[in-house]
Ligand binder design. Sequence first.
Ligand SMILES: *[C@@H]1O[C@H](CO)[C@@H](O)[C@H](O)[C@H]1NC(C)=O
Ligand SMILES: *[C@@H]1O[C@H](CO)[C@@H](O)[C@H](O)[C@H]1NC(C)=O
Ligand SMILES: *[C@@H]1O[C@H](CO)[C@@H](O)[C@H](O)[C@H]1NC(C)=O
Ligand SMILES: [Zn+2]
Length: 582
Amino acid sequence: MNSAYVWIVLTSLFSSLFFLTILALLCFFTCRLASKWQFSFGRSFGKAWTGGMIKMKVTAALFISFSCLACTILSKPNFPEKEKQPSYWNKWAQRTLEEALDLQELNKNIAKNLILFLGDGMGVTTVTAARILKGQLSGETGEESQLEMDRFPHVALSKTYNTDAQVADSAGTATAYLCGVKANEGTVGVSAAAVRSQCNTTFGNEVTSILKWAKDAGKSVGIVTTTRVNHATPSAAYAHCVDRNWYSDGEMPSEAQAAGCKDIALQLFENIPEIDVIMGGGRKYMFPQNTSDVEYPREHKHSGTRKDGRNLVEEWKIRMAHKKGQYVWNRKDLLSLNTNNVDHLLGLFEPGDLPYHLERNKEMDPSLTEMVEVAISILRKNAEGFYLLVEGGRIDHGHHEGKAKQALHETVEMDRAIHLTGQMTSMHNTLTVVTADHSHVVSFGGYTPRGNSIFGLAPRLSDVDQKPFTSILYGNGPGYKLTNGVRENISTVDYYQNNYQAQAAVPLQYETHGGEDVAVFSRGPMAHLLHGVQEQNYIPHVMAYAACIGQNKNHCPAALNHAPTLAPPILLAFLILIGLLC
Ligand SMILES: *[C@@H]1O[C@H](CO)[C@@H](O)[C@H](O)[C@H]1NC(C)=O
Ligand SMILES: *[C@@H]1O[C@H](CO)[C@@H](O)[C@H](O)[C@H]1NC(C)=O
Ligand SMILES: *[C@@H]1O[C@H](CO)[C@@H](O)[C@H](O)[C@H]1NC(C)=O
Ligand SMILES: [Zn+2]
């Protein structure tokens, strides 16, 4: 690169910065001056009507109009100058078209690895808002930026309803996208023949998950979540339970236990005995009742909950002692692991769910991205590949509490983990799917201008009650608030704070899920099969097909067909029969 060129660029950069500063200062002072004059103009209007006064006022008025014009032009939320050029948009579209043309060459490889990212409650509104937030966090206007999931080449829509519910919950949906079968609300790992909370409807109605299919095929398997590891989403990967709330036997009715039903924590360790990586929260469900928690020894609510007196963590440690097993309960221990020496990892970082990303204790609580990095480092050591379920589980909780900022930061953090995964794996042998279980009744709108803070106000007051409103609002939830019988005037409220609850149309303690379809983003082998508008339970069927595991393996090379086939013995018998006859 020649130095003259650098010189020209630098000088022009500096001079334009200089002029911009001068212009901004000029405008600032004119505006200040103008507003003062306007003030005195208004006050003295009725007093002095001398000719000189009027002349001065007219000049002032002209000056005010001029400076106001300048102020509006300069303060108008701007967009990048380059966007005025048709060539900018044409080139962008043409580049995208070229990439799309490459996609005609389908990736029909066999997926060695499968990764499912599940944003709990991450509807399309949440995805768009998180994209804008991510862009704005790095100083852009936001709308034009791309999430990592936006870069995935294939997208489908998933119909989320449960067999018994139009608007779904996280348990029935988890059964769909993990076990391939739609199910009732509140149930995990059982078909729709099982009735919620009725223990005796469990038996004979169990359905298995893609995590088990992968394990049976010799792959390593893992679960990483920001909720309890026995929460609805992860539990459908290993448990068969008619009630998602049976976290431990301490939460189960005694009749259910007497009828032979097992709590979800126990099933985590017993159903698929060697889930290679388990990370998230939920420590208290693994320890005997009243055992004080290692991190919060003085808080009784965090103590163990198990009535059977079992210490599931200790039992796991004993089982894994000779299998390079490690148990960790804080971030420091997690990050100091040498993953070459760890084949099995149990990480339980909180008694319940992990804290929101924005409120995380950076010493004690790993981020989702950090957990995913460790998980993949361990799982990818298996030459047969792996299946990993990653849940951004608290997007859902942010919305339930009406705290959009928490929900969106959770989403951005999950997107960081997706980005990292892309760097640690190859799309040639890894199928990555990003989706949600269901949506939420969050919306954003209000004719906000380009680059408006995603947590900011719509540009105009309501033309009905003359009060401002935020762009993000909820259909229902805890943000419903009347003051003196009318909608709150949020002018004096800090709607940028982390826990601000956006206004809702209907008061509810917990905002509800939304019923519309959610997106399915996919990248890697057979990703193109996730297309169109599909039932949610289609997802694991595609993932299993891509990896040559599960029920549909006719397209797979013989070496991968682990299931014994009947053809050779029948053929042999036929040949022997012919030999005998001849
Ligand atoms: C299952 O249990 C319920 C009570 O929870 C009872 O009403 C029902 O009769 C039982 N069904 C069978 C087949 O035992
Ligand atoms: C746990 O503590 C509660 C009250 O503190 C007590 O009622 C209960 O018996 C204790 N359980 C065990 C197993 O010690
Ligand atoms: C809302 O509050 C702001 C600031 O206190 C005030 O200027 C405005 O008049 C209020 N609007 C209504 C409609 O009460
Ligand atoms: Zn929810």
